[in-house]
Design a protein around this ligand. Structure first.
Ligand code: FES
Length: 221
């Protein structure tokens, strides 16, 4: 009588291989999952910005009038991992996603440096090192996003001057971005900026969040 051939793999071996296969499969999944989820975790969990840590040109100091704020629009490029959208701006095919933010600029307490009146609106190509230092200390460079829930604030001209007014819940700020009234818990967010010898104001997409320089983002809608 023929002897039954013994199965070379026991039930224990079979289960062991199953568990091993599951572990190896899980390990192989981690790198692509980390690659895919990394940017999302950086932005939404770790609070990092998806805008490059670069300087972007806003406008020339001569364009900021002596008696009221001036809004510049800056298109910050976004680091996009998963998709690209074709963006045609000023005839240039940029192939990138951008975050367009309005930036309010004004002279602190409406006191522009003396040389600004001489520049007029001519956007002269450059200013001296001394003028750079003077302009740097005299500017407000403010986010247009309200410090309450992020609605874009507007400049409201009044008989005695003007104020920034938020149309959503009535938040009010003065020309320097300081809190005046309404629900916002603080004054307007201030951009990190610098004035250069070409006479232009450059900004980074980061903000002074109340004394501490940091990269905390204001609400942006
Ligand atoms: Fe500006 Fe509420 S969003 S006051």
């Amino acid at each position: 009588m023929a002897e039954l051939q013994k199965d070379p793999m026991t039930r224990g071996d079979f289960l062991g291989f199953g568990v091993l296969g599951t572990i190896v499969g899980a390990l192989l999944t981690i790198p692509p999952a980390a690659f895919i989820l990394g940017p999302v975790i950086d932005v939404n969990v770790r609070g990092e910005s998806d805008v490059p840590d670069d300087w972007f040109r806003a406008g020339h100091v001569s364009e900021v009038p002596p008696d009221e704020p001036k809004a510049f629009v800056v298109a910050f490029p976004l680091n996009q991992v998963y998709s690209e959208r074709q963006v045609i701006e000023e005839g240039v095919d940029t192939q990138e996603q951008t975050l367009r933010n309005a930036i309010w600029t004004s002279w602190k307490d409406l006191k522009p440096p003396g040389f600004i009146a001489e520049l007029g609106q001519n956007r002269t190509p450059g200013i001296s090192r001394e003028q750079v230092i003077e302009a740097q200390g005299a500017l407000n460079v403010l986010s247009s996003s309200c410090a309450h829930l992020g609605c874009p604030v507007r400049w409201l001209v009044k008989e005695d001057g003007g104020e920034f007014l938020c149309p959503c819940h009535g938040g009010i700020y003065d020309i320097n971005g300081a809190y005046v009234g309404g629900p916002p818990p603080r004054g307007m967010y201030r951009y990190t900026y610098e004035v250069r010898e070409d006479g232009y104001i450059y900004v980074k997409h980061e903000f002074d969040v109340g004394g501490d320089k940091g990269s905390q983002k204001p609400f942006v809608i």
